[in-house]
Design a protein around this ligand. Structure first.
Ligand code: ADP
Ligand code: MG
Length: 252
């Protein structure tokens, strides 16, 4: 996917404008405005059911919007003419469920999409996959099968798999929510390193300490709306809206 001809890197790489999404008569997103600059890390926090997953899924086109605009590098994501495959390459997503292929090795899992979807050369993909395994600190696991790994290790493989498509933006939707507490940290460290390498990241997380540490900006959502957004110090130390305060009082 090419950036829009009039897009320049000083404009938001991701922009949502008045995004609405309904499932039947149920409006899940009620006018979302959000911008992410290249290299920024933003966190979306808020109660369960407030629309966080739906919001991030609109960014790589997994969930179509009912109205409003979502752009990535100035290209309208929900334009029918947009090459969806190119969009998915550009915007990676990692979920709570890592869904690795159980009968494929770690290395094969990471290489599969670039080989089969992008039809890239095997030698190049393999080199990249090995470098990514080093990055997520799993070099010695390339021949292992997913079931031989801990949840945290599998999630790191899932992150490497997504990175092997060379995305410009990464979306993380509660990627540590299903992990044992002792493996949560290693996944957060991986994301933190990625962020400090300059990757643009949109994270949905319940790890408030992490959100506070890593984000350039935090968005608090409730009932399909962004109630409040700002730098982490502001959201966590002096939230303005009573709903934000109530939420934080329960989770901090
Ligand atoms: P969160 O990630 O904040 O928990 P979600 O975006 O998953 O919230 O869901 C927001 C609301 O939308 C929930 O009430 C959920 O049941 C509803 N919802 C999400 N996906 C669908 C769908 N595909 N069909 C119908 N309702 C959905
Ligand atoms: Mg969710």
């Amino acid at each position: 996917m090419q950036a829009a001809p009039n897009w320049t890197p000083d404009q938001p790489i991701v922009a949502l404008r008045d995004v609405h999404k309904s499932f039947g008569s149920f409006e899940v997103l009620k006018g979302i405005d959000l911008e992410v600059m290249k290299g920024e890390v933003i966190c979306i926090i808020g109660p369960s059911g407030s629309g966080k997953s739906t919001l991030v899924r609109t960014i790589n086109g997994l969930t179509p919007v009912t109205s409003g605009s979502v752009t990535v590098e100035g290209q309208e994501v929900h334009d029918e003419k947009l090459d969806k495959l190119a969009l998915r390459r550009k915007v990676g997503i990692v979920f709570q469920q890592y869904n690795l292929f159980p009968h494929r090795t770690v290395l094969d899992n990471i290489m599969m999409a670039p080989l089969l979807v992008l039809r890239e050369k095997k030698a190049e993909v393999e080199e990249r996959a090995r470098a990514l395994l080093a990055k997520v600190k799993l070099v010695d696991k390339e021949d292992a099968y997913p079931a031989e790994l801990s949840g945290g290790q599998q999630q790191r493989v899932a992150i490497a798999r997504s990175l092997c498509m060379r995305p410009d933006v990464m979306l993380f939707d509660e990627v540590t929510a299903a992990l044992d507490p002792e493996t949560v940290k290693e996944v957060l460290v991986t994301i933190k390193e990625l962020a400090s390498d300059g990757m643009t990241c949109v994270l949905v997380t319940h790890e408030m300490g992490f959100a506070r540490e890593i984000s350039d900006r935090v968005y608090f959502t409730d009932h399909g709306r962004i109630v409040e957004s700002g730098p982490p110090e502001m959201i966590f130390e002096s939230p303005q809206d009573p709903r934000t305060r109530e939420f934080l009082s329960k989770v901090l």
